[in-house]
Ligand binder design. Structure first.
Ligand code: SAM
Length: 262
């Protein structure tokens, strides 16, 4: 153990047991759960999660870490390590292969690809029960931000339309080896039940949200010029002179429906 952490893999190993315990208790895995961990590293979270759940599947990109982790886990429970880039793993197919409805996902995520991992999860929300992630504190603040906040943007809207975002606690750099340059935070994400999800086309929502926030200081009238006219914005019940940062997630859904002709 104690391999030299690799910067290129975003390796910051959690070593402070107080935070490890808090993550495990927040997730509270049970023997009936199918737990999937992203980036197990040296096993700081893997081993306690495995002890609680009895079995666990982990996805790790760094081959060098796998044999030692597999050996340490042998006396704790049944650990399956998939050697892959998490962005290439189809979570829905993984759940189906194991004959289970929904995965419970955990991870102290590699920060260099945390947003792509979040969007990858959103694509597979139908196969996910919940997620407990360590992320940069600033990313968690953006995810949970409300309209009108300086950090409210694309990530806030896209995630809040798809799941409940619950920031849990912050974690200082000293809790990791090596310490990252930024503060971290743990967040719980719970995908919305099908009846609570919006019924607009996901691609249309993405297009409208992206255009609306491309230039934050512009009014919607200007920002959405290529997509829809002033009347169409009004028909969505939105004030064309407003800025994207003041709109609630539901406003974007109505704009997307008008844009998509729904
Ligand atoms: N879970 C460990 C802990 O808390 O100490 C390690 C966390 S470290 C921040 C991120 C982990 O993700 C590393 O083990 C790294 O090798 C792995 N990783 C980086 N990129 C990955 C990718 N694309 N797919 C899967 N794992 C990746």
């Amino acid at each position: 153990m104690n391999a030299r952490p690799k910067k290129s893999f975003g390796q910051h190993f959690l070593h402070d047991s107080r935070y490890i315990d808090r993550i495990v208790s927040a997730m509270a895995p049970r023997a009936t759960d199918f737990v999937l961990e992203i980036g197990p590293g040296e096993g700081a979270l893997t081993l306690p999660l495995l002890a609680a759940a009895g079995k666990l599947t982990a996805i790790e990109l760094d081959t060098d870490l796998i044999p030692a982790l597999q050996a340490r886990a042998a006396s704790v429970g049944e650990l399956q390590i998939i050697h892959a880039d998490v962005l290439k793993v189809d979570f829905t197919a993984l759940a189906q292969r194991h004959g289970i409805d929904r995965l419970r996902i955990a991870g102290n995520l590699p920060y260099y690809i945390s947003s792509p991992i979040l969007f990858h999860c959103v694509e597979h929300f139908g196969a996910i029960a919940d997620m407990h992630f360590m992320l940069q504190k600033e990313v968690v603040e953006r995810m949970a931000a409300e309209p009108g906040s300086k950090v409210y943007g694309r990530l806030s809207v896209m995630l809040q339309l798809a799941c409940r975002v619950e920031p849990l606690f912050t974690v200082p750099p000293e809790a990791f080896r090596p310490p990252p340059k930024v503060e971290s935070a743990v967040v719980r994400l719970v995908p919305l039940a099908p009846q609570d999800r919006h019924d607009a086309d996901a691609g249309d929502v993405y297009t409208v949200v992206k255009a609306a926030f491309a230039q934050r200081r512009k009014t919607l009238n200007n920002a959405l010029k290529q997509l829809m006219d002033t009347d169409a914005i009004r028909r969505a019940g939105v004030e064309p002179g407003a800025r994207a940062e003041t709109l609630a997630p539901g406003d974007f859904v109505r704009l997307a429906k008008i844009y998509g002709g729904q």
